[in-house]
Every structure is written in C-alpha cells, then in structure tokens.
Design a protein around this ligand. Structure first.
Ligand SMILES: O=C(O)COP(=O)(O)O
Length: 226
C-alpha cells in the first residue's frame, strides 16, 4: 500500500545525456544505474525526459524500464501509447525547415518529429521559419515546433497518466530549463552547467548517474523537503 502511495505522490523527471549517462561511458547507462532506476520505478513514477530519439535508447539504456519516456525534447511521448506532441501543421513547417537547411548547406538529421543539427552552435545556426524554434543543448541544436519543449512534453504526459503529485526534475543543460519550469523541485547533477546549478533547489555533489542514484536514495529516505 505504501508503494502505491509513493507512486501517486512523486514523479522523477530525469534528463538522459550527462544526467543518467556519462560522456565517459559513450553515453551508455551503467548497469548499476539501470538497476537502481528500475527498482525505484516499481514504487514511484520515473520518466526519462530527453532530447534523444527512440532508436538510440535500446543501445544507450539497455534494460531500462521507466514509467514512461518523453523523447525528442518533448515532441514524442512514449508510455503505453506513442503520442506526437506537435501542432497539426508541423509536418509542413518541418519540410520548410529542411528546405531552408539544405539551401544553406547545413547538415541535419531527422527524428520522428524534430530535426537535429549537431554542432549548430559552432555553425552559428539561426532559423527564420514560422512555427519552428531552436532549443539548444550545449553545442547542438534541436529544431522544435514553437512552444514544444521538455516542459510541455512532461505536462502532456502527466495529463495522460493523470498524475497530480509533485515533480522532481533532474538535469544538467540548457534544454532542462523548460523541464525545471514545470517542476516542483529542481535538481542539478554535479557536472551540470553553472547556470543550471544556479536555478536548482539542490545541487548534487555527484556527477551524472551517481548523482541520480543519490537523489533516488534521498527521495526514498524522505530527505527532500518539497
Ligand atoms: O539529444 C541529445 O543530444 C541529448 O539529450 P538530453 O541531454 O536531453 O538527454
């Protein structure tokens, strides 16, 4: 019964790259972090909120079994069903974005919903297509339907799950600010960017997966005052 209550009360919304996984490990989640998250997810909601595409997750998070995934930076929700979180004109806006990028010779890749321009910051990428906006993740750019981000993705997912408890968000980078906006408690891992640490209610000493493990333990031991 207590487990059931925890699940209604708390949802952890965790970024993936440099939060659950580390660059040192080629962004593959370590086994013990996978096991801790799977154990935690039996009693609480645990949602992975990432810029990544679905096709990478089997390789980067082998065996991970969270409550749900918010992927492509908020544009794709994966729980029992798969929901696109984008306005209905997005396919035509996306085509326009692709034409613009091709005209300028910018290399990009397509997610199921969004567009990725790796190294977009060093290329000083700018975009003037109505209905499309850039979300930055360190040096990389994600071209999103305007108004769609990790925060709106998580809000839609909460509605789908009918979750009305508290959200604890954990992340490291600029695209996590939108997630922080919809969170009741904001956590930065030890390796987070300084501006993310400044926004956080709690800055963990530990980096990425070790930091998340510590956070889960603190939640289970009821150490967070939220
Ligand atoms: O898509 C990426 O490069 C990274 O995604 P994340 O840091 O939001 O998990």
């Amino acid at each position: 019964m207590r487990e059931l209550e925890s699940r209604f009360r708390i949802m952890v919304a965790s970024d993936f790259d440099r939060t659950l996984s580390s660059e040192k490990d080629g962004f593959v989640m370590r086994r013990e972090v996978v096991e801790e998250v799977n154990r935690f997810s039996k009693s609480y909601h645990f949602v992975v909120v990432t810029g990544r595409e679905r096709k990478y997750m089997e390789v980067l998070a082998p065996g991970l079994n969270p409550t749900a995934w918010v992927m492509e930076n908020g544009a794709l929700l994966v729980h029992k069903v798969i929901d696109v979180n984008a306005p209905s004109n997005w396919p035509s806006v996306r085509t326009l974005v692709e034409q613009t990028l091709r005209r300028r010779g910018v290399r990009y890749s397509r997610g199921e919903v969004i567009i990725y321009v790796d190294g977009g910051r060093s290329q000083k990428l700018e975009l003037d297509v109505k209905g499309a906006s850039i979300e930055w993740n360190r040096n990389d750019a994600m071209i999103m339907p305007t108004g769609v981000n990790k925060g709106t993705g998580l809000t839609k997912l909460k509605e789908a799950l009918n979750f009305q408890g508290k959200v604890i968000a954990v992340g490291d980078s600029e695209n996590d600010f939108a997630l922080f906006k919809v969170a009741d408690f904001k956590v930065a891992v030890g390796n987070a960017l300084p501006e993310v640490k400044r926004e956080a209610d709690l800055v963990l000493d530990e980096d990425d997966g070790e930091g998340v493990k510590k956070l889960l333990k603190m939640i289970e031991e009821d150490e967070l005052k939220i």
